[in-house]
Write a new protein. Structure first.
Length: 300
């Protein structure tokens, strides 16, 4: 049987600040590929609980008209940053794509900082609650250093200098900014429909019923979604506990069973695509992806 803790022991020999890109790549891709993806989905969903953010998303029409593409673009660009590093040639181009997409809108620095914080903390919270083992301090700090490094390159100001203060900002921001709004509900239900659409009926109906269990009461209230019944929460809990147990003893089998297409919008991904095509508009000269072995740092 594979030693499930060998990778963790290796990560513990690395420095979470100096080696944060390597640690985060291994943690998100090798240790928790499925759970990390679910945490990012929660992160995207929670940003819609803030009217100032959901209003931008609602006004752009991205989730109403092109929800799958919007989701794929986010995952691909994040994957480029994780896989090659944010200072690699492709990493720098991914940052340019992200910045070009955001520059179309008037987004407050505090809102950008909050969105960045969700990419740090929501995967960690998901993994600590639902994965086959919790994150280590090394992994948590590496995620913090990785995304604050990305934030610097996105010109986000007032980045916290330590993990605890960033998490405090995240929680205080949510307490102050989570409010009901029509735009929250529209974008939030579009995202719910997107996540459920990845399955065939009748499974999609069960998934749609259990997906809101991933959100806490403040998020559900801000999105205008009802609290799931107790039996639905029990099904959700049992399914995730069962998944964690299977991941612990049979990771390769679970990877084969649970992996879904990483990017449905781009046939052939991760090969033969132009990185400059990723995002709402073509903004910089393309860099052609060279054929390589498949590495999905943010795969399902």
């Amino acid at each position: 049987m594979r030693d499930r803790y060998a990778t963790l022991r290796h990560l513990e020999t690395l420095d979470p600040k100096a080696d944060h890109q390597e640690i985060h790549r291994i943690s998100s891709d090798r240790e928790f590929p499925w759970d990390y993806g679910r945490g990012l989905e929660v992160a995207i969903w929670r940003t819609c609980c803030v009217p100032a953010i959901s209003d931008v998303l609602d006004g752009s029409g991205e989730f109403a008209l092109r929800a799958q593409k919007r989701y794929d673009d986010t995952r691909i660009l994040l994957g480029e940053l994780v896989r090659g590093g944010y200072d690699s040639t492709r990493g720098r181009q991914a940052i340019r794509q992200i910045n070009q997409a955001h520059h179309r809108f008037d987004i407050a620095n505090e809102d950008m900082l909050y969105v960045l914080s969700t990419f740090v903390f929501e995967p960690v919270r998901w993994i600590d609650r639902w994965a086959w083992r919790p994150t280590s301090e090394t992994e948590r700090l590496a995620a913090f250093y990785f995304f604050t490094g990305v934030g610097k390159r996105m010109n986000i100001r007032e980045l916290p200098t330590d993990y605890d203060s960033f998490e405090q900002f995240n929680r205080e921001y949510e307490r102050a900014r989570f409010q009901r709004a029509a735009s929250n509900h529209r974008v939030g239900t579009n995202i719910l429909g997107l996540y459920a659409s990845w399955y065939r009926r009748p499974v999609s109906d069960l998934v749609a019923a259990t997906l809101p269990c991933r959100l806490d009461a403040p998020a559900l209230d801000a999105l205008g979604l009802p609290v799931p019944p107790r039996w639905v929460r029990a099904v959700h809990r049992a399914g995730l506990r069962g998944h964690a147990g299977a991941e612990r003893v049979a990771p390769r089998l679970m990877a084969r069973l649970m992996t879904r297409p990483t990017a449905r919008t781009y046939p052939g991904y991760p090969h033969g695509y132009d990185l400059a095509d990723i995002g709402p508009q073509r903004t910089v000269p393309p860099v052609r992806q060279q054929p390589t072995a498949r590495v999905d740092s943010l795969k399902d």
